[in-house]
Design a protein around this ligand. Structure first.
Ligand code: NAD
Length: 550
């Protein structure tokens, strides 16, 4: 449902002094165009913002339109603080978002600083203008479902019941990803507007009037092996325990409510949405306590499903952390999706790479789809995804594609695309970025780096090295984000954006930054002792120093 105040950018006309600046401007416009609450600059996940406030936003826009190619715009937590003269190979934009010194890095301090207008949270891709709508998270969720299907259910989720909750900006991808994996998936959300929105855009097949009707629809689809997504308006802290009480065990259970945020995200049971809204300002401490108490019941039910044989996993929303703080001692018996299913891919720096057609022309993405399928015919993760995404995932905002590509592959695609831009094969330049949840780019001991082989979970040196190396490798935008779900103290990550404008200079930037970024990813896992990463470093000629022999 496009918001007329935030139109999709596109077309051949430059408003800036060059395509690099214009590209970053279009990406900023794009995250607002596809965001959840653009009037408040919120892109997703309750408070993930594209800029600190409207004055900051307007100054960023003005600066991107007027700055020269040899200048660098500095942004501190969504506020532009100045321009420095650098050189044409330096990043155009350098950002740091929501980094709070260790002993102070707590949600309460974040809220206080935010209230004073001193900081804002950038999520993983909101603050760095890299969000492409639901597609990015759809593929992540789909890949998780497929790894579970391979591990437990013979390669498909057809005939399987997946239970989850949360139909927001990210969580709203779950019904579509579940359906694409063949499952009968039930998605609980407390807010009817969110459920209706997912149904209206074709991500959710049906909304059931009550739990009995929802379970009947799921049961019928499951027995026929038919893919189906069903929404249910309800509170997960009530619905999960009730399903458990009835003795029904789903095959797969997870959750993607905004549980990271006990005030602005999670809705405790027994409260209406209006009551929660009022309590956010009148009594946030009471709301936090009520949310934590509900999460205790929610996660206790998830553990009950696990004991009954379901495949249960945490989908990166800190729900286990809050449950443990609330007294659920075994909350971390539920594994995190990265460690459980994706780490072998990260060892080879295979992760969520994406590209956006700055022209706004969907044909550009179709042409790049063809190129990628042609270049990597044996890469089934990529070819399968592109086939499925073409058939099922509508473009939102600037046409874009995500594909899990690794070291060397990203550079190969980017250089081929830059050549297409140069030769006039595409309607305009293309921007490349990736999720911050990428091999060398994130330290998050409750998501990305949980239970690392060498115990290096909480060491944040890696994303900082990555960001500094990206600046030295000619990237167009480089960012260091911190906070994680919970806003402070949970995560540090690095982000990067590059522009393929068809020039020889872009060849050099793409090659250097993308190759070095994935090299660091492989080195990070090799250094932690993962054999797949050591092999990848050796096979791909990555100059990693193996000091393990002394
Ligand atoms: P969002 O704020 O847009 O949506 C959250 C949804 O949860 C809302 O629709 C809300 O109504 C619903 N909700 C809240 N409490 C509920 C309850 N008790 N029962 C049922 N529904 C409830 O957030 P989002 O962008 O969808 O992100 C969801 C979570 O996923 C966040 O915690 C985010 O940090 C996390 N996330 C994880 C990854 C990852 O690593 N896999 C990626 C993106 C987002």
């Amino acid at each position: 449902m496009p918001n007329p105040r935030f139109p999709t950018p596109g077309g051949p006309v430059l408003r800036a002094k060059g395509w690099r600046q214009e590209a970053l401007l279009r990406l900023l416009e794009n995250v607002l165009c596809v965001g959840e609450d653009p009037d408040n600059l919120v892109v997703y996940a309750a408070l993930g913002r594209a800029a600190r406030n409207w004055a900051a936003h307007d100054r960023i826009v003005k600066t991107l339109k007027t700055m020269d190619e040899d200048q660098t715009l500095l942004i501190q937590s969504g506020k532009p603080i100045g321009l420095i003269r650098t050189h044409v190979d330096a990043p155009l934009v350098i950002m740091a978002n929501c980094n709070i010194v260790g002993q102070w890095a707590k949600a309460e301090v974040f809220y206080e600083l935010q209230d004073k207008g001193l900081i804002c949270w950038g999520g993983l891709t909101a603050g760095a203008w890299q969000y492409i709508g639901s597609q990015g998270v759809i593929q992540g969720t789909y890949e998780i479902f497929m790894r579970i299907a391979e591990k437990r259910f013979g390669g498909t989720l057809a005939g399987r019941f997946v239970l989850t909750a949360g139909l927001g900006g990210m969580g709203g991808s779950q019904p579509l990803a579940g359906r694409m994996a063949g499952a009968a998936i039930l998605c609980v959300d407390v807010d009817p507007v969110r459920a209706e929105k997912r149904k209206a855009i074709g991500y959710l097949d049906a909304i059931a009037p009550d739990l009995d009707a929802a379970l009947a629809l799921i049961s019928a689809a499951k027995s026929e092996g038919r893919a189906l997504s069903v929404g249910l308006v309800g509170n997960a802290a009530e619905v999960y325990p009730e399903i458990l009480r009835r003795g029904i065990t789903p095959d797969v259970v997870t959750d993607q409510t905004a549980a990271h945020d006990l005030v602005y995200g999670y809705v405790p049971k027994g409260f209406s949405l209006d009551e929660v809204k009022a309590l956010r300002t009148s009594d946030p401490a009471r709301l936090m306590a009520a949310s934590r108490a509900s999460i205790v019941e929610h996660v206790t039910a998830m553990l009950g499903f696990q004991r009954a044989g379901a495949e249960v996993f945490d989908n990166g929303n800190l729900i286990r952390t809050h449950a443990r703080d609330g007294g659920v001692a075994d909350a971390f018996d539920i594994p995190i999706f990265t460690e459980a299913y994706l780490r072998p891919l990260f060892c080879r720096a295979i992760g969520p790479f994406r590209w956006m057609a700055l022209s706004g022309d969907a044909d550009d993405i179709r042409k790049i789809d063809d190129l990628v399928v042609e270049r990597f015919p044996d890469n089934h993760i990529v070819t399968n995804w592109i086939r499925l995404a073409r058939a099922n995932v509508p473009f939102e905002g600037l046409p874009a594609r995500i594909a899990w590509l690794g070291h060397g592959q990203r550079t190969e695609v980017a250089l081929a695309v830059n050549a297409m831009v140069r030769d006039g094969g595409l309607a305009g330049p293309v921007a490349f970025s990736r999720d911050h949840l990428d091999a060398g780019a994130m330290a998050h001991p409750n998501i990305m780096t949980e239970r690392m082989k060498d115990g290096s979970d909480a060491i944040a040196d890696w994303p900082l090295i990555d960001a500094m190396a990206l600046c030295a490798s000619k990237a167009d935008l480089v960012v260091v984000h911190s906070g994680g779900g919970g806003y402070a103290g949970f995560m540090t990550s690095a982000g990067v954006t590059l522009v393929a404008d068809g020039t020889a200079a872009a060849d050099s930037r793409l090659s250097s930054a993308l190759t070095n970024d994935t090299s660091i990813g492989v080195m990070r896992y090799a250094d932690a002792g993962y054999a797949e990463a050591v092999d990848e470093a050796r096979d791909k000629g990555i100059d990693w120093f193996d000091l393990s022999a002394g």
